[in-house]
Design a protein around this ligand. Structure first.
Ligand code: P71
Length: 889
């Protein structure tokens, strides 16, 4: 197959689930409490739970489907949806829902397989539940077949069929998760089944993975897409059974489908005995809906290729590290008996316990105890990044290298099922493995635009070469802004959903007040609908017409509100901030000499306040040092000049202090932030950035009740109630959670280091960027990127458009177009910084996305000389960058 392996996820992260990182001591205690049987551990005690059943990340459409669950007893619309999606994707005309795969098995055996039957199968993992049903399950897997190891030995099958006691042939797609079957073999099985009057029952729980394998490895199938392969496989069988918690990515549920009305009739008359009614089959309406949507989506070609790429990569890394294993379609199956030969019969559970002890990962063999020594290390579909999988693989490699230190578990209690086991153990002395990765897993995904280059060329022309005017559905990776684009956590959603709405005072308001004062240490906290609303109130209350407002560079909305209140902005940022190549680490600092000069010239009474931004956006996300904050505050408080922070990106700034200032290397970001905020009298915040929410803002004062009261007076007029600032109660709840999550050291480190990674990769490719790389964005230097274009030809605007065409990445122009024209002369301003901003949303993209972006921009860099300039065809008078349209020169 010529298709290259995908370089990044064909989706972005919509919702995250926070991970637990138990310490070594906690892991020991948890293990002991669990009787050293990791089955008994719970997700809150586990970092990565390596199992694929019911653990997949859903699409946002599936998640939305949960809420349109029609919880009717009979004839629900979700069932009708399931019928439609089964017909469309699987091609079967009849479907009977079941509560899960065991429900499907139960119906088939109750309706088709009398006691005493002989059931040939290519799988072993259902033995546990089939043998007690008084049937003989015969293994007919063809052990001689090297590629399609799940193929049925046809001669053996025919032998069994000739015995006359075989009503069904049980075939699994990717049997036991390890053995794919070829289309040709499946067809031959069908022929034999027909010849002997048996039904071919296909377990398609992993049909997607099998279809992918057929596409790759079966002669003549390379050009077929996954969707058509799935349909052919289903249509080759008489009956399909499917686990809703596998390929359809639901958390439960199952189906039985067929084209045969009399088989279907038998199922639906039996389903009422064991499962429910034929229109819900033991599934909640919401599960029906999620399964229906999952079936519709599961054959998405890009997604299938991504999932399988992850599996192959993971397995290869383990192999390269010397881990004995068998390949699986959903992960690796580790040969614990070979890793821990001394552990004997407890090798599998010993391996699981040791792995948890080493790093907090759970990999567990479930069901009945048996002799095969495999521990499945399965990948929850779409839920982990490659980086996380690499680290899990590395942890397992490290365990295998330390295997000789591990003694086997001693059985204390036993039973035939693995969950019944309990053990004693002396903890081995292992070198622990620490994860350094995103502290969250992917809970929900959002598919991204997948236009071809030609389609993107058309799209950017239609948008007048302005990335603001592109539909987001056409964008593959959206780096327009980090504002309001964060992925919420499941905890935030839970708080959001649980909020009791009111236009008056809510619990959520009180919780938010507590969260804000814990994080920032300020006494008066006023919610606003976003940052500019807080800026409006502060400017109106604190500025008298004609007063100076010195600031470290400016942000557009901030400066606008200062000017609307009659203030005069003075830039007192250090000179290095204006130099895209200066390596000064604290380019956000205020230049004390400039500040003194401004104050001395007009006198302290004519200075309204200092407007002091953390991690200065327009300078490139450049941080302020702790010393600078101290010095500014010490100087201003003596003179009675208030200092107000724009704390929109205060946590990123705090992390930079932890990273760059050795005195704070071991101080938690939470404490650094509290100290930073002490050197100010209040702040405005656009919560849409660091505070991990999609909407909301804050105006806070450290201790001045009078200012707070005046602001609240305006708030009632312009924003909403003092207890909501115009925000929904539910959003208050989401903010309160976001404020707790934002100061997690692992999170903020991974956030800023992701930006750093993108910057490093671009630098390595020779692409000119603003250095040092800041916290929320990487800024390309368009003057050095396109030196052959004059600023009148809008090089940054063109570069942003070109990057979209080449890579599907949407960036933002920050140069001549944004700066506008001098109203007196009508000339363009020609600012020193002519930049393109690649702004990274929080918790939304993986580091593979970063690599894809860097590679794409490197390609643009290679052909930079052929890039032409732009001219305006439509130029609005105000803020022309939003609506302006261009054509190519
Ligand atoms: C960004 C934004 C959003 C934006 C705003 C205006 C034009 C283009 C993009 C907004 C900020 C900010 C700082 C430091 C205040 C605001 C306004 N940034 N201070 O970077 O960065 O907050 O949007 O919540 O009203 O894309 P608001």
């Amino acid at each position: 197959m010529s298709r290259p392996s995908p370089d990044a996820e064909p989706h972005k992260i919509k919702t995250v689930r926070l991970l637990a990182f138990p310490t070594l001591e906690e892991r020991k205690k948890n293990l002991a409490d669990a009787g050293f049987n990791v089955f008994n551990l719970t997700p809150a005690q586990i970092t990565f739970d390596m199992t694929s059943g019911g653990t997949s990340a859903m699409s946002q459409e599936q998640l939305a489907g949960q809420l349109v669950g029609d919880e009717a007893y009979a004839g629900s619309r979700n069932f009708e949806h399931l019928q439609r999606s089964v017909a469309a994707v699987l091609g079967h005309g009849y479907v009977c829902p079941t509560h899960n795969i065991l429900g499907s098995v139960k119906l088939i055996f109750a309706t088709m397989v009398p006691a005493g039957s002989v059931v040939p199968s290519n799988g072993r993992d259902r033995m546990d539940v089939l043998t007690p049903r008084d049937v003989e399950v015969v293994d007919v897997r063809d052990r001689a077949e090297p590629v399609f190891t799940g193929n049925v030995d046809l001669a053996r099958l025919e032998e069994v069929l000739k015995g006359g006691k075989t009503p069904i042939v049980d075939v699994q797609a990717f049997a036991d998760g390890q053995h794919p079957i070829s289309l040709a073999n499946l067809r031959a099985v069908r022929e034999l089944a027909d010849k002997h009057g048996a039904r071919l029952v296909l377990d398609g729980s992993r049909i997607i993975e099998n279809a992918w394998y057929v596409q790759r490895h079966e002669t003549g199938q390379a050009d077929r897409d996954i969707r058509s392969l799935v349909k052919v496989m289903v249509k080759t069988s008489h009956v399909l059974q499917m686990d809703g918690a596998q390929d359809p990515k639901a958390n439960a549920g199952g189906i039985l489908s067929t084209d045969n009305p009399s088989d279907h009739e038998r199922f639906i008359n039996e389903v009422v005995v064991f499962e429910g009614l034929h229109t819900y089959g033991g599934m909640a309406g919401r599960t029906l809906e999620v399964v229906a949507r999952g079936i519709e989506e599961m054959a998405d070609e890009d997604e299938v290729h991504w999932v399988m790429h992850q599996t192959e990569r993971f397995t290869q890394r383990l192999r390269d590290g010397g881990v004995p294993l068998e390949r699986g379609c959903d992960g690796a199956y580790v040969r614990a008996d070979q890793v821990l030969p001394r552990a004997g019969a407890t090798a599998r559970d010993t391996f699981s316990a040791a792995l948890y002890l080493l790093c907090g990962v759970r990999a567990v063999a479930m069901h009945r105890r048996g002799s095969e020594g495999l521990v499945p290390v399965q990948i929850p579909r779409l839920a982990m990044t490659n980086e996380q999988l690499d680290q899990v693989a590395d942890a397992i490699v490290s365990l295998v290298q330390q295997a000789d230190r591990i003694a086997g578990l001693q059985v204390v209690e036993e039973g035939p099922w693995r969950d019944q086991m309990a053990y004693h153990w002396v903890f081995p002395d292992l070198e622990p493995f620490a994860f350094e990765t995103f502290p969250y897993q992917i809970h929900t995904i959002e598919r991204v635009g997948v236009l071809t280059r030609g389609q993107r060329e058309k799209a950017i022309r239609a948008a007048g070469y302005n990335t603001f005017l592109l539909p987001s559905a056409d964008v593959t990776i959206d780096f327009l802004t980090d504002s309001g684009t964060s992925a919420m956590s499941t905890d935030q959603w839970a708080a959001y959903d649980g909020a009791k709405a009111t236009p008056a005072t809510s619990e959520e308001y009180h919780r938010l007040m507590q969260a804000w004062s814990d994080a920032l240490g300020y006494q008066y906290n006023i919610p606003t609908h976003q940052g500019r609303a807080a800026e409006h109130l502060l400017s109106q209350v604190m500025i008298e017409p004609g007063q100076l407002v010195p600031g470290n560079m400016y942000f557009t909305t901030t400066k606008l509100h200062q000017e609307l209140a009659g203030g005069v902005f003075v830039d007192v940022i250090v000179d290095e901030a204006h130099d895209p190549q200066s390596e000064f680490p604290w380019k956000g600092n205020i230049d004390m000499a400039k500040l003194r000069a401004a104050v001395d010239e007009r006198g302290p009474d004519h200075v309204a306040y200092i407007s002091f931004e953390h991690s200065v956006n327009l300078a490139g996300g450049q941080p302020v040092s702790m010393d600078n904050m101290k010095e500014v505050y010490a100087y201003c408080s003596l003179l009675g000049i208030p200092v107000f922070f724009d704390a929109t990106r205060c946590v990123e700034n705090a992390y930079m202090i932890q990273w760059k200032d050795p005195r704070y290397a071991h101080t938690p970001v939470k404490d650094i932030l509290r100290e930073m905020m002490m050197y100010g009298d209040g702040c405005t915040v656009s919560g849409k950035k660091d505070f991990l929410i999609n909407i909301g803002g804050l105006l806070a004062f450290r201790d001045n009740a009078e200012w707070a009261e005046e602001c609240e007076e305006l708030l009632r007029i312009y924003e909403g109630n003092v207890t909501d600032g115009g925000l929904a109660t539910a959003d208050l709840a989401a903010i309160a959670r976001g404020v707790e999550e934002m100061v997690d050291d692992r999170y903020i480190r991974s956030r800023v280091q992701q930006t750093q990674l993108l910057g490093r990769m671009l630098q390595d490719a020779g692409v000119p960027i603003v250095t040092p790389v800041g916290t929320h964005a990487v800024f390309l230097d368009a003057k050095r990127f396109l030196p052959h274009l004059d600023q009148e030809q809008y090089p940054a605007q063109r570069l942003a458009a070109e990057i979209f065409v080449e890579t599907g990445v949407r960036a933002m122009e920050r140069g001549n177009v944004s700066k506008g024209r001098n109203p007196e002369t009508g000339e363009n301003y020609r600012p020193a910084l002519e930049l393109v901003r690649l702004t990274i949303p929080r918790r939304v993209y993986s580091n593979d996305h970063m690599r894809a972006v860097a590679d794409g921009i490197a390609r643009v860099w290679e052909k930079r000389e052929s890039i032409k300039g732009l001219r305006f065809v439509y130029e609005p008078e105000k803020l022309r960058f939003f609506q302006g349209r261009f054509e190519s020169l």
